[in-house]
Design a protein around this ligand. Structure first.
Ligand code: 5GP
Ligand code: ZN
Length: 113
């Protein structure tokens, strides 16, 4: 997707602070961190949001959830972390390329909305 910010990051057209990469997945630091550790994990294939995950694309999501604990361990998030994906307008999704936020490094507020 040529007009997608995260596809441009994957292509290397926009720089990012990478923390993990393989053939299917990229993880990089959020540009506006909401916690001491704030990492975004994205599939390299363009999927717009959780609402667009299907049988064709769920394998990469399973892979992402194998990578997330590896990243968390590497980041030293031994006392816990939060994984969040905002889906659609009501959740405040601003970048329409599926991404999972990893947030940690401090006690996180319990905020559901
Ligand atoms: P959303 O609001 O869609 O759940 O999350 C999008 C996230 O992308 C936000 O936390 C925002 O700070 C982050 N973000 C937006 N633009 C960039 C960028 O150019 N580089 C990086 N590393 N993060 C970005
Ligand atoms: Zn994209």
């Amino acid at each position: 997707m040529s007009d997608c910010l995260f596809c441009k990051i994957i292509a290397g057209d926009i720089p990012s602070a990478k923390v993990y990469e393989d053939e299917l997945v990229l993880a990089f630091r959020d540009i506006a961190p909401q916690a001491p550790t704030h990492i975004l994990v994205i599939p390299k294939a363009h999927i717009a949001s959780v609402a667009d995950i299907s049988g064709d694309s769920s394998a990469v999501v399973a892979h992402i959830f194998e990578i997330i604990p590896q990243i968390a361990r590497a980041e030293g998030l031994d006392s816990g972390y939060r994984v969040v994906s905002n889906c659609g307008e009501d959740a405040g999704q601003t970048v329409h390329h599926l991404h999972f936020h990893i947030l940690g490094g401090q006690k996180l507020a319990l905020q559901m909305a």
